[in-house]
Ligand binder design. Sequence first.
Ligand SMILES: [Mg+2]
Length: 243
Amino acid sequence: MLSAARGVLLDWDGCIAVNNRILPGAKQFITRNAERVAIVSNNSTHLPADLEEILAGHGVAFPPDRIFLAGVEALCSVAQSGVRRVMLCSVPRMRGFARSLGLRLVQENPEAVVLMRDAHFTYGKLERAANALRQGARLIVANTDRTHPGACNRVVPETGALLAALLACVGERAVEPCVIGKPCPMLFERACEGLAIAPGEAVMIGDNPETDGKGAAQLGIRPILIGGASRLSLLDLLEPVAA
Ligand SMILES: [Mg+2]
């Protein structure tokens, strides 16, 4: 299945890296499949250039235009929709990127609330975001993951945990969030476009049966699960080097 695929969509956290430290086999796998790989991650704290730099630090040259990240895509999609006044819950790095897209970051009366991983999320932000939604602001969410795997078997709270808090305030049915990341289609579709292939020509390698597995399968992308119960890693997916 892997050798027949024209495109290989590759998850970042728990697959290429944990806590942005590259896992065994990732360097070889990416290098050997360089022309057909796109990185598809629910990451909402980094820019493609950041992951490019991490990979370069391990001797892997990878083009940033084939790195598709939920946070960046969320902000691009908001900017393209014509919205300008945004309440953004994110790390500072993403605020700078949002401004570079022409978005005006506000605390009150936003047209949209954009939620991503925010290590400085506060009660005050929760209160302002909840009331903005009650007043009709749209809600754009980088991903619905509640955690992602951290170092030493710990979990890192993710955007979905903040979303759960927000929905607890406004009511699950009061807003319909626009979700950018996996398992929703947008990131997968952007990656297939970037590789100039149809979803049916791609495989998705990831460690999360729900987001990577079911999300890909919904679009006709064949999933290959590694990590966790599968006990596989990218090392196991290395094909013999052609003679
Ligand atoms: Mg993962």
